[in-house]
Design a protein around this ligand. Structure first.
Ligand SMILES: CC(C)(COP(=O)(O)OP(=O)(O)OC[C@H]1O[C@@H](n2cnc3c(N)ncnc32)[C@H](O)[C@@H]1OP(=O)(O)O)[C@@H](O)C(=O)NCCC(=O)NCCS
Length: 146
């Protein structure tokens, strides 16, 4: 079972040491954790766990400002755990968290148009491509209802 656990003093070491050789699409764990810290007013870093094993990381915008949808960014599954269905299960867990929180009725994310595995996962979780990102046309904005 895949679950999300907020990164705190208890699990910081196991999350920052997740193996990630490539920085394609998302940076190393320390970068993602730094980004979550900078945006801590509305976002939280969550470790992705398969049972009690840490397998990935994501930043969830779980306290969006009024008028903004939920979002998440910096999602990765560590090198040794990819291609086992954990990325899909992680996005399902994120969507379930949003449903349980019930603050907003949609989720918007941005994904590089060349990131085929990620786009496949998002489509399976109900995301539709709604527009190109204004800041970079290589990125697609995808939206799902919660
Ligand atoms: C995208 C990512 C999270 C997917 O995690 P994962 O656990 O490997 O994904 P899953 O095992 O759930 O696979 C989902 C689908 O993508 C496919 N897939 C996963 N990695 C792939 C790869 N490298 N090449 C081709 N297809 C791939 C799987 O085969 C599966 O499709 P299928 O069910 O039709 O076989 C992971 O590859 C990753 O961390 N990538 C780097 C960071 C990144 O791109 N994050 C997303 C930013 S928007």
């Amino acid at each position: 079972m895949v679950t999300l656990r907020a990164v705190d003093a208890q699990n910081f070491d196991e999350i920052v040491n997740l193996k990630r050789e490539s920085v394609q699409y998302v940076g190393r764990p320390e970068y993602v954790l730094a980004e979550a810290y900078v945006y801590r007013d509305d976002s939280t870093a969550y470790g992705i766990y398969s049972g009690d094993t840490p397998v990935g990381l994501v930043i969830i915008r779980d306290r969006p400002e009024e008028g903004y949808p939920y979002s998440f960014t910096g999602l990765f599954i560590a090198d040794d755990y990819q291609r086992r269905g954990l990325g899909l299960a992680a996005v399902e867990a994120i969507m379930n968290k949003f449903r349980a929180d019930g603050l907003r009725d949609s989720v918007e994310i941005q994904v590089n148009q060349s990131n085929i595995p990620a786009i496949k996962i998002y489509r399976r979780c109900g995301f539709l491509e709604i527009r190109r990102a204004g800041w970079n046309p290589d990125f697609i904005v995808m939206r799902a209802e919660v």
